[in-house]
Design a protein around this ligand. Structure first.
Ligand code: GN1
Ligand code: MG
Length: 365
């Protein structure tokens, strides 16, 4: 980290309501959107400082209000259940002025208390671990079932509206601003051939088959802290996209990322497929965590939820590649194209495995 960046981070940190001197700072590079820093203090406490991507999150007041409301709701429930609210829900540290977040020169920063004795994983090290992740995401949904969704701002409109994602994709292909279209005609054709399924989730919400719930919408494995001792998922992170949506998106996105045998940007596609045992383990935890609150239509549609979220994410990566990489943070020139091809491989694999996934899910009906 450059000295001037470090100085800026320390200056930002000094505006939040804590006094322990900071002894070290490092960047946590995993997220594709915000920038995240770990601040270690002299005390055993450490903090997570995040710079919010204000190009993507335009209504930061609405966003931060959502996070404050959701974390307060979760903390109340944990306390009522006699649990450790500091470890099992995120806790925002206000600024010295008592604000939920800090605005400096147009930058938006927020601070959380670090959860100790737990960590995130980019890959599940066992099926049991992934089952516990499923249980935690299911439980998160259940805890939010009585949360008044009308209080929430829609932080990114039409976030998992795959039909809208397709419409935008077609515009981007047409505009071809980065002059990359000719290079990816095959990938474009792949997605266009699957356009007819785009309405699977949104149409089901519109016609009432899939109830609107308060959902997380970004259930990547690395968005959950896993307890070092018990191996259980204890705290859900990255609440930026908590909004009304379908449970299928939460189930599906978790499978897309966590049941893959490889990283999201693995370029050796022979290493990439969906692990049926991981799918099965997650489903067991997730359905269990929801304690019978899923409807029959939802349970039946879980495999399609996984398929839809993988298709949508691949489409988003390709859209961003065609746009000249304006959305997801990239580490090299073709990073978004690599990610898109990786998701395409998963989509093809899921098409083949759909009967097996449906069989697994049948036992929950
Ligand atoms: C982004 O912020 P992060 O890295 O957890 C994205 C998700 C994508 C994911 C793909 C706000 O998640 O929707 O599924 O990348 N978040 C946003 O890895 O767009
Ligand atoms: Mg994240």
């Amino acid at each position: 980290m450059e000295t001037k960046d470090l100085q800026h981070i320390l200056e930002v940190a000094s505006r939040f309501a804590f006094d322990e001197p900071i002894v070290s700072v490092y960047e946590i590079p995993t997220g594709h959107i915000n920038r995240t820093y770990h601040l270690q203090t002299e005390a055993p406490r450490s903090y997570i400082l995040q710079k919010v991507n204000t190009v993507i999150f335009k209504d930061t007041a609405g966003l931060m209000n959502n996070i404050a409301l959701v974390t307060e709701h979760l903390q109340k429930k944990l306390l009522a259940a006699g649990k450790n609210a500091d470890r099992e829900a995120l806790q925002l540290i206000p600024t010295k002025q008592g604000e939920k977040y800090l605005t400096v020169n147009g930058e938006v920063w927020r601070l959380y208390l670090t959860i100790t004795g737990a960590r995130t994983y980019d890959r599940a090290t066992s099926n049991e671990m992934f089952c516990e992740v499923g249980r935690a995401f299911g439980a998160f949904q259940r805890e939010l079932a009585d949360f008044d969704a009308s209080q929430l701002s829609e932080t990114i409109p039409a976030f998992h509206d795959t039909v809208a994602r397709y419409a935008y994709f077609e515009q981007v292909v047409e505009a071809d601003v980065a002059a990359r279209r000719a290079e990816v005609e095959e990938e474009i054709a792949f997605f266009m051939a699957r356009k007819q399924t785009a309405g699977f989730i949104v149409d089901g919400i519109a016609d009432g088959r899939f109830p609107l719930r308060v959902t997380h919408n970004d259930t990547k494995l690395n968005n959950i802290m896993i307890d070092d001792e018990t191996g259980k998922g204890i705290c859900i992170l990255d609440l930026d996209t908590v909004m009304p949506g379908s449970v299928l998106a939460d189930f599906g996105d978790a499978i897309r990322f966590g049941a893959s045998t490889a990283a999201e940007d693995e370029t050796d596609l022979e290493q990439v497929w969906m692990d049926v045992d991981k799918f099965s383990a997650f489903a067991e935890g997730f359905v269990g965590g929801l304690e019978g609150s899923l409807t029959e239509n939802e349970v039946k549609a879980l495999p399609m939820g996984a398929y839809m979220m993988t298709l949508e994410c691949g489409l988003r990566f390709l859209t961003d590649y065609l746009n000249g990489d304006t959305y997801f943070r990239i580490k090299h020139e073709k990073h978004n194209l690599d990610r898109a091809r990786n998701q395409m491989k998963l989509v093809r694999d899921m098409e083949q495995k759909m009967p097996r996934m449906n069989e697994i899910i049948e036992s929950y009906l």
